[in-house]
Design a protein around this ligand. Structure first.
Ligand code: ATP
Ligand code: MG
Length: 568
């Protein structure tokens, strides 16, 4: 076993029906006390947060049951048309980033193509498989429906010899693509449609990213998957509920193929669905290909690489997966649960910094034009070891446009003409005058400050200001690009109805602002995480940020502002 330690920090797994089942197997001494799981992605897209649930489960079980346990990473690469090495590489990167390690146990279904072919000949020899010449439309027609049994294919009673000869010719490339398939011979009247002589092989002249042009027949997923599990001596094959109907064929193959080293069983759990997003790879691919987002790792994507680039931590995603747990019920998880997990983690680890996203200038006229002082700020009040930093103050500062109202509404306690407010970690200022540009927009605010209000002291003879706002020194501030990401869709279930899910794209899912940030952020390194005080958590964009001109991605707001918006 070579699982990494960094995933062991995850809180101990709660019990669930799968863990109970495994505990029972261990107690009964099944599989010599081994637990061998696998995560079997098809390399036809990038991994999403749903996959994280499966990764945490499968790799988590291996960690929990060490040392007689392991988890394989297996690429189910049986459909060459959609698969690509770019996806293989991204999947490995994402699994590692989540904190898991498959060690020596990296496999590809394509490595078993020869074995799978031999098993198919074995089934033909046993009279359990046949070559069928029906067209795809006819196959569908013969299959029957949920209420009607199917009809036997006219090719079902071919002799073993004829089937063997035809299957070998299929492999040798003697037939046109799609002209024949190899099918299991089970029962065309079976109540479970997937047992009505399911396809095992198809003819498809496609270049495979690993086997090149060696094959012109490819095994179907439902055929390759159980046998790959058995070849790797997987003990517990855990998948999502939509495969429950496929379980009988899984078991049929394991029972009827001789010479398999293992005898796995399949169990199903509910897939993760999140609101305000889509999770199928086909839909995510469309978002990418049609340029609705900037690639698979766009921070608005529910992909692992998107979350990584947005600033999520592996710990927060693992914590999320353990929070949602495992059930057999189909449900939708609220995005807010995920956001809660990331806030919780970042609150402890993110350094605090001041950033003004929509700056307006404030001139403090009684401060002294040449005066500069350094004020002490804690780096993280949640972490006593995080230390302090010095932040410059001078007579010109920026405050956020949201913290000023020329005509304050009821309940607004921040800056307004004639009103007093506290500048965080500094002193109180009073707004004396609003200077306008020719177009009526605000040019700057003229304020005065009160030296006696430092260190939280209340002003003498005046009421204590209710508002505390953040600021940055205008002469020292650094320009930064800040990308404010929001939900990608405006509705909870963009793909629930018949309409195209793209019509629910949130046109305001990305807003880019030219911010002014405190000077210490000039050297913010790619991948650093900050809490911009009063604003949210931000991540230095690993691709576009450069020293001196940082680019920040908003990971998450400080509070769940979306819930309020949705409730309106
Ligand atoms: P999609 O339906 O999103 O295209 P998939 O199921 O085709 O995904 P695979 O690459 O075949 O993607 O999935 C690899 C593993 O991840 C499978 O075992 C699958 O059951 C699991 N998985 C996929 N989506 C989810 C999800 N939303 N929640 C939990 N597990 C998932
Ligand atoms: Mg799949």
């Amino acid at each position: 076993m070579s699982q990494t330690d960094n995933a062991t920090a995850t809180s101990p797994a709660k019990s669930d029906f799968i863990r109970d089942m495994i505990a029972e197997d261990l107690q009964q001494g099944r599989n010599d006390g081994w637990v061998v799981t696998r995560f079997p992605p098809e390399p036809n897209g990038y991994l999403h947060i749903g996959h994280a649930k499966s990764i945490c489960l499968n790799f988590g079980l291996a960690l929990e049951n060490a040392p007689k346990a392991r988890c394989h990473l297996r690429f189910d690469d049986t459909n060459p048309i959609k698969e690509d090495t770019e996806y293989v590489e991204s999947i490995m990167e994402d699994v590692k980033w989540l904190g898991f390690d498959w060690g020596q146990h990296l496999f590809y279904a394509s490595d078993y193509f020869e074995k799978l072919y031999e098993f198919a000949e074995q089934l033909i020899t046993k009279g359990l498989a046949y070559v069928c010449d029906l067209s795809p439309d006819q196959v569908r027609e013969y299959r029957g429906t949920l209420t009607e049994p199917g009809k036997n294919s006219p090719w079902r009673d071919r002799s073993v010899e004829e089937n063997l000869e035809l299957f070998r010719k299929m492999r040798a490339g003697e037939f046109a693509d799609g002209s024949r398939i190899l099918r299991a011979k089970i029962d065309m009247a079976h109540p479970n449609i997937t047992m009505r002589d399911p396809a095992m092989y198809r003819i498809m002249r496609a270049h495979h990213h690993r086997t090149g042009d060696a094959w012109c027949i490819y095994p179907m997923y439902d055929y390759a998957h159980p046998l790959s599990d058995a070849l790797e001596s997987i003990t517990h094959s855990l998948c999502t509920l939509e495969f429950e109907d496929h379980r009988p064929f899984y078991e049929w193959l394991i029972a009827n193929v001789n010479g398999l080293p293992g005898s796995p069983y399949q169990r199903e759990f509910a897939r993760l669905n999140l609101n305000y997003t889509v999770m199928s790879k086909r839909k995510l691919l469309r978002l990418v290909k049609e340029n609705h987002v900037n690639g698979w790792d766009d921070p608005r994507m529910p992909t692992i690489s998107g979350f990584r680039r947005r600033g999520y931590t592996p710990e927060s995603i693992r914590h999320f997966c353990s929070t949602i747990g495992l059930t057999k019920f189909k449900g939708v998880t609220d995005y807010a649960v995920l956001e809660h997990c990331i806030r919780d983690d970042l609150n402890k680890r993110a350094l605090r910094a001041s950033a003004v996203l929509r700056p307006i200038k404030v001139v403090i006229e009684n401060y002294g034009a040449d005066r500069v002082e350094e004020l002490e700020f804690p780096n993280n009040p949640e972490d006593p070891n995080a230390g302090v930093r010095m932040v410059p103050m001078c007579n010109e500062i920026y405050i956020d446009a949201d913290d000023f109202m020329e005509e304050p509404v009821d309940g607004f306690h921040r800056l307004a003409p004639g009103r007093e407010v506290r500048l965080k970690m500094a002193f109180c200022i009073i707004c004396k005058e609003v200077v306008k540009n020719a177009d009526g927009s605000i040019k700057e605010l003229i304020c005065t400050y009160d030296e006696s209000t430092r260190h939280g002291k209340k002003p003498e003879g005046r009421p204590k200001p209710k508002g505390i706002i953040h600021w940055v020194s205008a002469r020292h501030a650094v320009d930064a690009e800040v990308r404010l990401y929001d939900r990608l869709f405006t509705v909870e279930s963009p793909d629930a109805g018949d309409e195209d899910f793209l019509q629910f794209l949130n046109s305001a899912s990305l807003e880019i602002v030219a911010a002014k940030v405190e000077p210490s952020l000039a050297i913010a390194g790619a991948g650093a995480r900050y809490q911009f005080e009063r604003v949210g958590y931000f991540y230095v964009d690993p691709k576009d940020s450069v020293l001196g001109r940082p680019v920040f991605n908003r990971t998450v707001t400080l509070k769940d502002s979306w819930a309020k918006v949705a409730a309106k």
